[in-house]
Design a protein around this ligand. Structure first.
Ligand SMILES: [Fe+2]
Ligand SMILES: [Fe+2]
Length: 339
């Protein structure tokens, strides 16, 4: 656990993290690292680590958020099923930057047949020297549902960061059963917690971080293409083949409930490595982080236009700016999108 005067763990599902209210606070979202740390992935892991280092040096974040698939215990590509070693190696690498980081799990962190369960991984991440993590309430679906409250030195909550496990696969529990979603019990918990914060401050605005995109992201994109001007395009594009969104085939309630609740104004996800889109739909800015992956997708080490990070800046005064940070200096109009 990150030990600092600025960080307090209030309970099993809440941290408070003190920031300077009148200065910019920079969060670097990194997603889909797909670190292998096995005998088949050495070269690609080195490329991923170099990319991450470059992005951190360029953006000098106050906090790093990993939105899932940080590790990839997939034998044919990594040459290992040992996600314990992967998590330890990843933490050793990140701890060296001396910047606090936090994470949610993706669908690959705990792949079938791997060494550690999600609960065991949670125990490991809790021990990371600069890691902010807790497994959250045991009775909820998923592991790692928690809130980091960014607070002023007065204790006033400036901006909650909601961290959610979007789970892995649906019925049958494995890849071909389709992707899962954030379950209703997690949604209930999240909305209740946000309502409590809203009672203290009616203007409070929150960010949510999870791995898999909500179905409404795709819906918004399709409506936008058909000319719906209520959707505001922010940046990026949909680079996946056939404009694919890796959404769940199960109906999720998270997005609608977030719209009704009104506190969440920003959602950050990953999962679709070639999608970098960001748009505002029903008052919520939904953003795909630029991804790191060199190992997961076939031949992705040869594709560079999607690779990078996403810089989220809470400005003094409370506005939030979301910006793509491409790794390469040249990014095609296809990825940047054209405003
Ligand atoms: Fe991924
Ligand atoms: Fe994923």
């Amino acid at each position: 656990m990150y030990i600092s005067d600025r960080l307090k763990q209030k309970d099993n599902e809440t941290f408070s993290f003190e920031i300077e209210k009148d200065r910019d606070f920079r969060i670097l979202q990194l997603t889909d690292l797909h670190m292998g740390f096995g005998f088949l992935s050495r070269k690609k892991d080195r490329l991923a680590m170099t990319s991450i280092r470059t992005l951190i040096e360029e953006t000098r974040p106050h906090m790093i958020v990993l939105t899932g698939d940080s590790t990839f215990p997939f034998l044919p590509k990594a040459g290992t099923l040992n996600n314990r070693r992967q998590a330890i190696k990843l933490m050793e690498f990140l701890d060296d930057f001396e910047i606090p980081y936090t994470l949610v799990f993706g669908n690959h962190d705990c792949e079938m047949g791997c060494v550690c369960s999600k609960r065991e991984l949670a125990e490991l991440y809790k021990k990371g020297k600069y890691c902010i993590f807790t497994e959250g309430r045991e009775d909820l679906t998923g592991v790692g549902n928690f809130i980091i409250e960014l607070t002023a030195d007065s204790g006033e909550v400036l901006m909650p960061m909601v961290m959610l496990d979007s789970n892995m696969y649906g019925e049958g529990g494995w890849f071909y059963s389709g992707f899962d979603r954030i379950h209703d019990d997690q949604v209930d918990w999240c909305m209740e917690r946000l309502k409590q914060l809203q009672q203290k401050n009616t203007d409070i605005k929150a960010m949510a971080f999870f791995h898999m995109p909500p179905a409404e992201f795709k819906e918004a994109y399709e409506k936008m293409k058909l000319g719906d001007r209520s959707i505001i395009y922010c940046h990026g594009s949909v680079g996946e083949k056939d404009e694919y969104f890796g959404i769940s085939r199960f109906e999720g309630t998270f997005f609608d409930r977030a719209v009704n609740n009104g506190v969440i104004k920003w959602i950050f996800c990953g999962h679709d490595h070639l999608n970098t889109l960001s748009l505002i739909y029903k008052g919520i800015q939904i953003t795909y982080g630029m991804s790191i992956d060199y190992l997961g997708y076939k031949n992705i080490h040869k594709s560079h236009i999607q690779r990078g990070g996403t810089l989220i800046t809470r400005k003094a005064g409370g506005d939030v700016e979301v910006r793509m940070v491409p790794l390469g200096p040249v990014v095609s109009a296809r990825v940047r999108g054209v405003k």
